[in-house]
Design a protein around this ligand. Structure first.
Ligand SMILES: [Zn+2]
Length: 155
């Protein structure tokens, strides 16, 4: 999916485990450690603030900000992220509806977690979030006026 070979993933996971960011058991999986969780939240904060800044201030389309944020998220300081947050009025969510961790790395609890497929015909639902990594889907949704907070009726 990410265009990375399996041995590269294994090698990186081992490096992260050596630095105590993840707990890794071969053939079982990878879990963030207490050291890794705040580092991951920091990167998520950077990513989502960058996405918000790009759409709100630099007039990027929401379909193109994910890849840009992926490139930038590791290269900005926490101070820079805090400045972005301040400039934007400390937004709670990114353009796709994903919660932005606060500077203290608190993250709002998951929203309803329901999908459109969980709904019944005739239900009216408010869109909370959309996947951020499929530009074609995002373009389709904006062409149909569907963004987070839009209320739609299932037909
Ligand atoms: Zn993203």
């Amino acid at each position: 999916h990410m265009g990375v070979e399996q041995p590269s993933v294994t090698s990186m996971v081992k490096k992260l485990a050596k630095r105590d960011f993840v707990h890794y058991e071969p053939y079982k999986g990878v879990v963030l450690t207490d050291t890794g969780i705040p580092v991951a939240l920091e990167i998520i904060r950077h990513h989502r603030l960058i996405e918000r800044y790009l759409t709100e201030r630099l007039e990027y389309d929401w379909a193109e900000v994910h890849d840009e944020a992926d490139r930038l998220e590791h290269h900005i300081s926490n101070q820079f992220a805090d400045r972005i947050a301040e400039q934007l009025g400390n937004p709670a969510v990114d353009p796709h509806g994903d919660p932005i961790p606060t500077a203290d790395l608190d993250v709002s609890p998951p929203q309803s977690g329901e999908t459109l497929a969980d709904q019944q015909v005739g239900d009216k639902v408010r869109i909370e979030r959309v996947p951020d990594n499929d530009p074609d889907l995002l373009r389709y949704l904006s062409e149909h006026g569907i963004t987070p907070t839009t209320v739609v009726e299932i037909v």
